[in-house]
Write a protein that binds this ligand. Structure first.
Ligand SMILES: [Zn+2]
Ligand SMILES: [Zn+2]
Length: 131
């Protein structure tokens, strides 16, 4: 794994669960999956591991739908931009460095330090729009 990242078995397993979901997944879905293999799995275990994976840039939190998603460009730190379908909760990460550059510029001018975060843009995905 990049940057010599140390993953404990639980963290690695949770990362696998998030990745395998191929879409946003809730903390309690992760817990349910983990509990099949680890009788002692508890919410704090899951939340601590998710915090670690988020800090490492491997997973993003989607606040507006209270779910987590694997990052497909984990090699570098970035403010993630997501298109979130308000109907089916499908999530797409878009890569628009121009948006981040502009944000950095504007926040600097305002004397404001942005913390690692996700931009969530609500709308309708192609399938829901057609339906
Ligand atoms: Zn990302
Ligand atoms: Zn949709």
């Amino acid at each position: 794994m990049q940057r010599g990242l140390k993953l404990t078995p639980v963290r690695r397993r949770i990362l696998e669960i998030v990745w395998r979901a191929h879409g946003p997944v809730g903390a309690y879905d992760i817990l349910a999956e983990l509990a099949k293999e680890r009788a002692k799995a508890a919410p704090p275990t899951v939340y601590r591991a998710l915090d670690f994976l988020i800090d490492a840039g491997l997973v993003h939190r989607i606040d507006s739908i209270n779910a987590f998603i694997g990052c497909d460009k984990p090699a570098r730190a970035h403010i993630a931009q997501f298109l979130v379908c308000r109907k089916c909760h499908r999530v797409m990460e878009i890569d628009a460095p121009g948006i981040n550059r502009l944000l950095a510029e504007k926040s600097l001018a305002a004397g404001f330090r942005i913390e690692p975060t996700s931009l969530e843009i609500k709308g309708l995905c192609g399938e829901c729009e057609d339906a």
